[in-house]
Ligand binder design. Structure first.
Ligand code: ATP
Ligand code: MG
Length: 160
């Protein structure tokens, strides 16, 4: 039940100075950050991270987007963390993401607008979408010694 998931605050979130407010949402939910760093990825690394999308029409614009500035990468741990983090993040398209979600509250971009401009869908954040993806993405972004085991004070309430 306790899972780890990879979260990236994408270059648009970093450049819009949303790092603190986004991290706050995960901490507020009682999730634990067990690794964190700022990274400016290159094209090769982007292809590894988004390997499932490399062949797609939108990949060129996605790569331009994810490499346009540094991202904040985090590993978040908690009970069903993969599912819970995706719930807090909201659906891929900010236009359709409900209020209360990170994508719904901090962005409003649509697929058709991004496509008409030939730019990536600026949606603030990435979160792993399955246990398999989380495992692959965490080992791509973090070495074992960059991940930490420690107790947060509210674990007594949220995790027994
Ligand atoms: P992420 O993997 O970044 O967490 P996601 O899992 O919600 O997002 P994916 O389908 O994996 O969505 O797409 C990866 C990213 O590619 C999206 O977050 C978005 O930035 C971009 N993207 C997806 N579809 C399109 C599209 N049709 N046009 C432009 N960009 C797109
Ligand atoms: Mg995805």
């Amino acid at each position: 039940m306790i899972q780890r998931t990879l979260v990236l605050i994408k270059p648009d979130g970093v450049q819009r100075a949303l790092i603190g407010r986004i991290i706050q949402r995960f901490e507020d939910a009682g999730l634990k950050i067990i690794g964190m760093k700022m990274v400016w990825v290159d094209s090769d690394f982007a292809k590894k991270h988004y390997s499932e999308h490399v062949q797609k029409d939108f990949y060129k614009s996605l790569e331009e987007f994810i490499t346009l500035g540094p991202v904040v990468a985090m590993v978040i741990e908690g009970v069903y963390a993969i599912e819970v983090v995706r719930k807090l993040v909201g659906p891929t398209e900010p236009r359709s993401a409900p209020p209360g979600t990170i994508r719904g509250d901090f962005a409003h971009m649509s697929y058709d607008f991004s496509d008409s401009k030939g730019i990536g869908l600026k949606n603030i954040i990435h979160a792993s979408s399955s246990e398999e993806d989380a495992k692959r993405e965490i080992s791509l972004w973090f070495s074992d010694d960059e991940l930490h085991s420690y107790k947060v004070v509210h674990e007594i309430h949220s995790m027994g």
